[in-house]
Design a protein around this ligand. Structure first.
Ligand SMILES: Cc1cc2nc3c(=O)[nH]c(=O)nc-3n(C[C@H](O)[C@H](O)[C@H](O)COP(=O)(O)O)c2cc1C
Length: 190
């Protein structure tokens, strides 16, 4: 069974990213097609750019980077649960991406974004360029949640039917992309 890493991309005090990611986790469990690795960037607590070498060399010096590298290496596919800040991405998520290089290569990536009126779409769009640089392969179907805080009560996120449907479709797309990309991950990087 492919291993799916759910990355909780917000580390902010009082974040709503956690209940949204917990909903995602429940949906992935019900889907049944993936083994889950739950990667909460707040718990993981990566420092900001402390490695002296380019990540492509994999000459990591920090135990935290080595542990993060091993976890991402072990993932076949990914979901980023990500907020939008100032029309752009979460800096914690970008930092987690920048820590590594090869580990992301040719892995399918689904996005669950949230924020105000835009549903986090500008943050998602802003992250597409670094995703391309790292060889990640984004799904076409993604989940966008405008005014997400309105759907959270007592720390629990309740999806609209349309959001649950989009998530299900995104998981199916991740399954097919994972199968298609597996040979490219195994081959030497050009
Ligand atoms: C510094 C900051 C900037 C924000 N900028 C935007 C924005 O540009 N667009 C948007 O839709 N929401 C914006 N918001 C609202 C966030 O999307 C909202 O607070 C959301 O809850 C953040 O996710 P989190 O609670 O998981 O950190 C911003 C919030 C903060 C704290």
């Amino acid at each position: 069974m492919p291993k799916l890493m759910i990355v909780v991309g917000s580390v902010r005090e009082g974040r709503i990213g956690l209940p949204i990611a917990q909903w995602v986790r429940g949906a992935v469990e019900r889907h049944g097609g993936f083994e889950i690795d739950w990667a909460d960037l707040k718990e993981i607590g990566l420092p900001l750019m402390t490695e002296p070498n380019h990540p492509r060399l994999r000459q990591y010096t920090q135990a935290s980077t080595i542990a993060w590298s091993e976890r991402v290496d072990a993932a076949d596919t990914l979901i980023f649960v990500q907020p939008e800040y100032n029309f752009s991405y979460s800096p914690a998520l970008k930092n987690a991406m920048d820590h590594l290089s090869q580990e992301w290569w040719r892995k399918p990536l689904g996005t669950v974004s949230y924020g105000g009126i835009s549903g986090g779409t500008r943050g998602t769009a802003a992250l597409r360029v670094p995703e391309m640089a790292l060889g990640l392969v984004p799904t076409t179907v993604n989940v966008e949640i405008p005014w997400a805080f309105k759907q959270i009560e007592d720390g629990v996120f309740t999806p609209l039917d349309s959001q649950a449907t989009m998530l299900e479709r995104m998981l199916n797309e991740l399954t097919s992309l994972d199968a298609a990309l597996a040979p490219l991950r195994a081959a030497p990087r050009p």
